[in-house]
Design a protein around this ligand. Structure first.
Ligand code: GRG
Length: 299
């Protein structure tokens, strides 16, 4: 199983990379060259492309054509990349390494990095709204999808999650708080990538609900493993600086549970993700295997 899913993810990652490089090969008019360079630098710096892959795969499972969903899938990567650029800024995580390369502000300076993040955030709305084919995807699906998408990004989504993770006055010293941060900072965008894929493809409510549950548990498993890797993996493997959580004295799943219990909980979340899909009558082996793979990942 592990080899099959690894190869499948690699194939999909390459496909997304190709599509993104096509988009990035032509600067839209009126974007200042330096801003474009800075946006493209981070967008094309690599990464697992997990969120666009999830969006495409969910929609395809529901019978949609991947090309139709692609603008929305790429929007997830634009937003995710924007959040990473901002997360790395001196005012936030103050990191100099991301996706194995110097962070955006190290190359372009803080002002351009802030603006590249802002620009990618807005582009994540502009690009799919312009490119989604409205003849084939009914407007009500697009509106519903954008409602979920924007909630995942805004104050009750990753922006709120980042506040909980960084603002000392919001801090609470308990395990539930660590779970709340993970849900809002990480799981919600992963969750919305599957939900949005299902909605755009016209999935019935029961299926959307199942994918919504799947996405939440998958996202939690992903963040638990992210916390474990922060203490166990090297910069070379991670492509970012390890040990940042301890350095910043953050409460993480590892500090509240310890590594062994965190590993067990990651597997438990992966199992809950898979259970959610057992409720629907669809071919879901990709998603089942992915949940196992991500809860055991080493990078
Ligand atoms: C929307 C611009 C904007 C900001 C929102 C800064 C911020 C507020 C949120 C950041 C939240 C954050 C950094 C969450 C961590 C999520 C996470 C686990 C990132 C790593 O994801 P991977 O491993 O990264 O998928 P790659 O590089 O593989 O894509």
């Amino acid at each position: 199983m592990s080899n099959f899913i690894r190869e499948e993810l690699e194939k999909e990652r390459k496909w997304i990379d190709t599509q993104l490089s096509l988009v990035c090969s032509q600067k839209p008019k009126n974007i200042p060259s330096r801003l474009w360079e800075s946006m493209v630098y981070s967008l094309m710096a690599g990464g697992k492309r997990l969120r666009p892959i999830l969006c495409i795969k969910t929609a395809e499972t529901m019978g949609a054509d991947r090309k139709e969903i692609l603008p929305m899938a790429l929007a997830f990567e634009m937003i995710h990349t924007a959040s990473l650029i901002h997360d790395d800024l001196p005012a936030m995580d103050n990191d100099s390494l991301r996706r194995g390369k110097p962070t955006n502000h190290i190359i372009f300076g803080e002002t351009l990095a802030i603006l590249a993040g802002d620009a990618l955030l807005a582009w994540g709305f502009e690009y799919p709204l312009f490119h989604l084919n409205r003849e084939n995807i009914p407007a009500e699906r697009i509106i519903k999808a954008f409602s979920i998408f924007s909630q995942a990004i805004g104050p009750s989504g990753i922006c709120g999650g980042q506040v909980l993770d960084t603002d000392l006055q919001s801090y609470q010293d308990n395990a539930d708080f660590v779970l709340r941060i993970a849900r809002q900072k990480t799981a919600i965008l992963i969750q919305s990538s599957v939900t949005v894929g299902a909605i755009l493809a016209g999935a019935p409510a029961l299926v959307v609900d199942a994918f919504e549950k799947y996405g939440e548990h998958l996202g939690l498993a992903f963040q638990i493993v992210d916390d474990i890797l922060d203490v166990t993996a090297t910069a070379k493997v991670l492509g970012k600086t390890p040990g940042k959580d301890a350095q910043q004295e953050k409460n993480t799943f590892v500090t509240v549970w310890g590594i062994a219990e965190a590993r067990r909980r990651a597997l438990e979340e992966s199992e809950r993700a898979r259970d959610a899909l057992n409720l629907i009558d669809m071919p879901t082996s990709f998603f089942q295997d992915l949940a196992i793979f991500l809860s055991e990942r080493s990078c």
